[in-house]
Design a protein around this ligand. Structure first.
Ligand code: AP5
Length: 209
């Protein structure tokens, strides 16, 4: 199955991807995670991406599209994938459609996680990640256990200022993807408010998993 998760920053895309992966049985492709890995490794891609990411801005389409095209051409994606955080602009969505069409395949479902803006800043500023496992926590909603709490880290772009920039960009550049996919019957809107378990249950039902 080829699935896309769309949603504002902090909507729970990464949290839900981790929960659905076993059912989907496909690779999880998060462009944010790929860029963060490149930043950590100090590659030229990472150096370029970091300039945009720390300000909460989007990495240029040409860079991001090339990265995803390469990734979905890998053999482990032949049976499907879960794309998280891509596409994020109309040119990215058009490039993805073209790449898949050339391979004779298509996106099966686009799940849009709806979370109102006033919840986003709290989710983002309270997020912490375990650098050893990649597990995402929240200081209030999903606190790390005592043996993990000492090593969790905060993302550099999880400041309130960068979060507001990311949120504004979401409404301006990513929300237009709803009409882009809207007519195709693949667009599924999912309420992202509630406990992570409640959201998982909605997604499983919506995707028919
Ligand atoms: P990316 O990493 O994709 O960031 P994002 O889209 O802003 O999404 P987040 O990772 O912030 O949030 P999420 O929806 O995964 O939420 P999470 O599950 O962690 O991108 C980062 C940057 O990379 C971009 O700003 C850009 O610069 C660049 N980039 C990436 N892709 C790009 C692209 N395609 N084009 C151009 N540039 C690109 O949850 C958040 C918090 O909430 C956690 O603490 C979690 O525990 C908590 N939480 C989750 N669900 C719930 C719930 N139901 N109730 C309560 N708390 C919850």
């Amino acid at each position: 199955m080829r699935v896309i998760f769309v949603g504002p920053p902090g909507a729970g895309k990464g949290t839900q991807a981790a929960r659905l992966l076993e059912r989907l049985g496909t690779p999880h492709i998060s462009t944010g995670d790929m860029f963060r890995a490149a930043v950590k490794a100090g590659t030229p891609l990472g150096q370029e991406a970091e300039r945009y990411m720390k300000l909460g801005q989007l990495v240029p389409d040409a860079v991001t599209i090339g990265l995803v095209r390469e990734r979905i051409a890998q053999p482990d994606c032949a049976g499907g994938f879960l794309l998280d955080g891509f596409p994020r602009t109309t040119p990215q969505a058009e490039a993805l459609e073209a790449a898949l069409q050339a391979d004779g395949v298509a996106i099966d479902a686009v799940a849009v996680l709806d979370v109102p803006d006033d919840l986003i800043v709290e989710r983002i500023t309270g997020r912490r990640t375990d650098p050893e496992t990649g597990r995402i926590y929240h200081l209030r909603f999903d606190p790390p256990p005592a043996d993990v709490a000492g090593r969790v880290v905060q993302r550099k772009d999880d400041t309130e200022e960068a979060c507001r920039t990311r949120l504004a960009l979401y409404h301006e550049q990513t929300a237009p993807l709803v009409p882009f996919y809207g007519d195709s019957g693949r667009m599924k809107r999912v309420d992202g408010v509630g406990t992570p378990d409640e959201v998982t249950a909605r997604l499983l039902a919506t995707l028919g998993l």
